[in-house]
Write a protein that binds this ligand. Structure first.
Ligand SMILES: [Zn+2]
Length: 392
């Protein structure tokens, strides 16, 4: 059992009256009714996208028609990024149901659990979908992870998210595909506020340069110019179908288990060991932050659980796989003492290192136009193009 720092879950906090975000959430403020700005943001997005209503469904149907048209004469219509998790597996099924010809894309950071790898294989073979994978050399991938750990910053697994984005663009470009589908749902996940979870190519490069020991060779780094190349020049669009249509994660999971013998990894991000370390140990212990409030708040907003139940669950210790810490130390070549010494270093923040953040803010009007045209996700615009409220 891990011991959380004493003040991580204390009761005398202001908590939103509509979800379980509390005053420690970055950039939070409450209205006269005690409802937080993130609840309002989700309501606004629901209105704007018509999520789960006729408006949203019609819009999505129109997008699907465009996707089909753009894929005429090509082998594939769209890219679906896969991790072996619920959202991306279901997204593959959905795209086949819609009569699309998806190409599945996976970024392998070499920390996948066996369950994830098996899930990907099962779903792809049942749906007869091809897979494009980018595998970074495992020593290099570990060198990047270790650099983030040594830097004492929170975004220890950011290199995976950005690499998947770059890998999807590369696959799209290789096959002339104009649409990338992402399994994100602001309803089931919420939009996590920028605070301690920022990343971009410059950030990854600068951390790795300072704290890494190898050359970056096989890692697919998305620099600013590559980002503009994919979005402005290649005009590859990013679509998040669950922003338009109704999506029920529990039902999707049950369906996948029944249809494809897909296995659930227990809701603890066990599809990937680095993700599991990040959520169940690193963030709670070193950064006093427990991201389970995102999904729990989403469940409260959807009426699937009460605030009381969710708050109670949030205040339990995160589940930690037995051998995870040993695996982490062993893979990164850290002795017990070294691991503890780094864990005990004072936390640092992304804004202490070079990033593209200022450039994103300066180019806000451009990114608004790109977001409106689905060339970058709207959540990128909302999160990255405005000054972030720094952690207290
Ligand atoms: Zn709220």
């Amino acid at each position: 059992m891990i011991k959380l720092q004493p003040d991580i879950h204390k009761a005398d906090l202001q908590i939103c009256n509509n979800c379980i975000y509390d005053e420690r959430v970055n950039g939070i403020h409450f209205d006269e009714e005690g409802v937080c700005n993130y609840c309002h943001q989700i309501d606004d997005l629901k209105d704007q996208y018509g999520t789960g209503q006729k408006k949203g469904e019609d819009q999505f149907a129109a997008i699907v028609e465009k996707v089909k048209k753009s894929g005429k004469g090509k082998k594939y219509d769209c890219i679906v990024g896969v991790s072996g998790g619920t959202d991306s597996s279901y997204m593959l099924y959905l795209s086949k149901q819609l009569g699309l010809r998806p190409l599945a894309v996976h970024y392998d950071n070499t920390w996948n659990s066996a369950i994830a790898t098996e899930n990907i294989r099962k779903v792809l073979s049942a749906l007869d979908v091809d897979l494009y994978t980018h595998v970074t050399d495992n020593k290099e991938a570990d060198d990047i992870f270790k650099a983030f750990f040594k830097a004492s910053v929170a975004e220890i697994e950011a290199s995976t998210d950005l690499a998947l984005a770059e890998t999807m663009y590369r696959a799209a470009s290789k096959y002339g595909i104009k649409y990338v589908f992402e399994g994100h749902s602001f309803i089931t996940e919420g939009i996590t506020p920028v605070g301690r979870n920022y990343f971009d190519g410059k950030y990854i490069k600068s951390i790795h340069k300072k704290y890494g020991s190898m050359k970056m060779k096989t890692y697919p780094l998305m620099t600013f110019s590559r980002f503009l190349y994919w979005t402005v020049f290649k005009r590859i669009k990013k679509i998040r179908p669950f922003w338009y249509i109704n999506y029920n994660k529990e039902e999707a999971r049950a369906f996948l288990e029944k249809e494809y013998d897909w296995k659930y990894y227990g809701g603890h991000h066990l599809e990937n060991r680095m993700t599991a370390f990040f959520h169940s140990y690193y963030m709670p212990i070193k950064f006093n932050t427990d991201f389970r409030n995102n999904t729990l708040s989403a469940r409260v907003r959807m009426g699937k659980t009460t605030r009381e139940e969710a708050w109670k669950e949030y205040n339990t210790e995160p589940h930690l796989e037995e051998d995870l810490l040993n695996y982490f130390k062993k893979r990164l070549g850290l002795s017990e003492e070294e691991f503890q010494r780094i864990m005990d270093l004072p936390p640092k923040s992304w804004y202490e290192f070079p990033t593209y953040k200022k450039r994103f803010e300066l180019l806000r009007p451009l990114f608004f136009t790109l977001a409106k045209a689905n060339l970058v996700p709207m959540s990128f615009y909302l999160k990255y193009c405005f000054p972030a409220k720094k952690n207290k």
